[in-house]
Design a protein. Structure first.
Length: 249
């Protein structure tokens, strides 16, 4: 969960932000603050990962508030004034939501924050000795996607393969109906761990750990699922096979 606060001197704006945050599964609202001074007091006592802050506020504006922070969380500015955009990005704000903004715009910014949070978490992890994990010890990898008008958590270890259908991606899972989401193959490929997933065709990304067999230039899952291997992806897939094959191809 990403712990976040909102800062705005307009009560209706705080109510809207609170409602949006409650719809996003990976966001946890610590507090809705009426001023930057109230937020400063909170930050002295509570750890926070993400701040949604208005800029034009009395006493202390949003930009000066962010500049004053020693340990700066991820910042997304929310304001009705376009002239503050440059100032916002000068303090390395992740995004800039121009009021009035809808839930889709908010969700896009929230997903950027999730990606940034994941990157920062990886950098901050202490190095540990490499150990061989058993299947039971292997941690579940998760991503959130939008499907059926809600955010759905995906356990990537349960994904069998993914198929592109025009602007949509169909995700096939173990013991579950396929999920359809509006997403590009390129963006999906960038977010998946390369050690586990590989694009083998312009329309298919496969989970390498779920492959049952390979025959006639096709990947086989179970008894009746066949995924074609495209010519431009064949060399890369063959390299994977060579590393895991006991014999000679």
């Amino acid at each position: 969960m990403i712990r976040c606060i909102t800062i705005d001197d307009e009560p209706l704006a705080l109510i809207q932000l609170t409602g949006y945050i409650q719809k996003v599964p990976f966001l946890e609202l610590v507090k809705a603050c009426n001023s930057a001074l109230e937020a400063l007091d909170l930050l002295a006592r509570e750890p926070v990962d993400l701040i949604f802050a208005d800029i034009n506020m009395p006493d202390l504006n949003g930009v000066d508030f962010v500049k004053s922070l020693v340990n700066r969380p991820i910042v997304i500015f929310t304001t009705a004034y376009t002239e503050y955009a440059i100032e916002g990005f000068r303090v390395n704000a992740l995004d800039y939501l121009l009021k009035p903004f809808g839930y889709n715009e908010f969700l896009t910014a929230a997903n950027k924050a999730l990606h940034q949070y994941e990157l920062q978490s990886k950098v901050q992890l202490p190095s540990t000795p490499s150990v061989q994990e058993t299947p039971a010890e292997k941690e579940s990898l998760n991503l959130f996607i939008k499907a059926d008008y809600k955010m759905i958590r995906l356990d990537m270890n349960k994904i069998i393969y993914m198929e592109s259908q025009n602007e949509y991606i169909r995700i096939f899972l173990e013991e579950q109906k396929p999920i359809m989401t509006l997403l590009s193959m390129k963006k999906l490929e960038e977010r998946l761990p390369a050690s586990q997933f590989m694009r083998v065709h312009r329309s298919y990304i496969v989970n390498l750990e779920k492959i049952t067999a390979v025959a006639n230039n096709r990947i086989i899952y179970g008894k009746d699922t066949y995924i074609p291997i495209g010519n431009q992806y064949k060399d890369k897939f063959n390299e994977y096979l060579e590393k895991h094959y006991l014999g000679k191809l």
